[in-house]
Design a protein around this ligand. Structure first.
Ligand code: HEC
Ligand code: HEC
Length: 317
């Protein structure tokens, strides 16, 4: 892997080393963001995980969260890790932390039109973000992830979204988000790590910088496929270690660029791109079904397949 020239050398090597080691280090910028958000909850340290059967589940859950391709491989259909999007292994405020999520379920989800248990919400990220198969309810993988999230949320009240849940809101862009401006932001601030082709970078067979698009990234149904979600995540957390350094306009532009690329099919695909857009993507935050660079996004001829979903898990979705 070449050292990206556009980021400080010290940080470049820190990022590379830490990623290879599973990314446990925190960047100075991430600390600064935490300090300004005084109300953000601090989850218990790893050293507080108890001994015994329950602690074993928590430890397994953390392993799955960091390396789902190794510890939950049957359900993973791409090269991503939960911790690629939920930074610091689901601990970081403003990066959809697991403690913030755990205490806000069961909750109604418009995406599938009913009240979802926490386990069902976990299934959603396997189906879409991981482009994988859905672990059945009660599966050891879901029990371990739930145990880990429960542990991280120790002491938080339930049914109240704690500060730091989800991604920080981002002001609407001054001008309509633009693909070409986004391409420039991408080249200047992202390509060094994620690659000019967006496919990420690996070293010694391990993904060091995750793919943002292409067949090994999240599929069209994923939360990150919404330009709004991506803009919020990117503004708060990217470039890695320099969260908050892009203007909101730059974040909207680059999110538009990233979410206008080829990625795996939406597993809810009905057989028609127009119909799938009308049913699931009929809003300004989704580029699915739109024509970009002369091609229709989601067109089966040029779209990698969705992960396969067991029939039982389809029910009610
Ligand atoms: C490509 C990025 C990405 C990956 C990989 C990913 N997620 Fe997510 N996840 C998101 C986004 C974006 C949201 C918020 C979606 C929304 O609000 O619609 C989210 C939301 C969640 C939530 C609900 C958060 C809340 O506050 O309600 C949980 C729980 C969750 N993810 C768990 C996981 C687990 C477990 C994995 C790994 C199996 C995973 N995610 C992998 C992007 C990702
Ligand atoms: C210094 C290297 C670096 C730079 C520069 C960088 N990223 Fe990242 N990015 C990462 C790493 C590493 C992760 C995974 C973090 C982890 O696992 O802890 C990541 C994760 C992501 C994710 C979620 C995972 C995925 O594959 O979808 C998105 C989206 C993302 N970056 C977008 C961007 C955008 C857009 C830019 C430019 C504004 C950018 N990044 C700049 C290193 C970088």
């Amino acid at each position: 892997m070449t050292t990206p020239a556009s980021i400080p050398i010290a940080f470049a090597s820190l990022a590379a080393l830490s990623c290879l080691a599973g990314w446990t280090a925190r960047s100075p910028a991430a600390h600064a963001a935490d300090a300004s958000d005084k109300a953000a909850f601090v989850p218990p340290p790893e050293s507080a995980i108890p001994q015994g059967k329950f602690g074993d589940e928590v430890r397994l859950g953390e392993k799955i969260f960091r390396e789902p391709g190794t510890h939950a491989s049957a359900y993973v259909g791409n090269d991503l890790r939960c911790s690629n999007c939920h930074l610091d292994a689901g601990r970081l405020a403003g990066s959809a932390p697991m403690w913030g999520a755990y205490v806000t379920y069961p909750a109604y989800q418009a995406k599938n039109g009913h009240v979802n248990s926490f386990e069902e919400r976990l299934q959603g990220c396997f189906r879409y973000s991981m482009n994988g198969k859905v672990p059945p309810l009660g599966d050891p993988v879901l029990v371990a992830l739930e145990s880990y999230s429960f542990f991280l949320a120790k002491g938080l009240p339930t049914d109240e979204a704690p500060p730091g849940r989800g991604f920080p809101a981002l002001p609407k862009p001054d001008t309509k988000p633009d693909y070409d401006r986004g391409a420039q932001v991408y080249a200047d601030h992202c390509a060094a790590c994620h690659g000019g082709d967006g496919l990420g970078q690996s070293a010694d067979g391990k993904v060091v910088f995750p793919p943002l698009w292409g067949p090994r990234s999240y599929n069209w149904g994923a939360g990150m496929g919404s330009i709004k979600n991506a803009a919020e995540f990117i503004h708060a957390n990217m470039p890695l270690g320099m969260g908050g350094s892009l203007t909101p306009q730059q974040a909207w532009d680059v999110a538009t660029y990233v979410d206008s690329q080829v990625r795996p099919q939406d597993p809810r695909f009905t057989g028609s791109v127009a119909e799938t857009r009308a049913k699931f993507h009929d809003n300004a935050n989704s580029m699915y079904g739109q024509t970009v660079n002369g091609a229709v996004l989601g067109d089966p001829a040029s779209t990698p397949p969705a992960g396969t979903v067991p029939a039982a898990a389809e029910q009610g979705k």
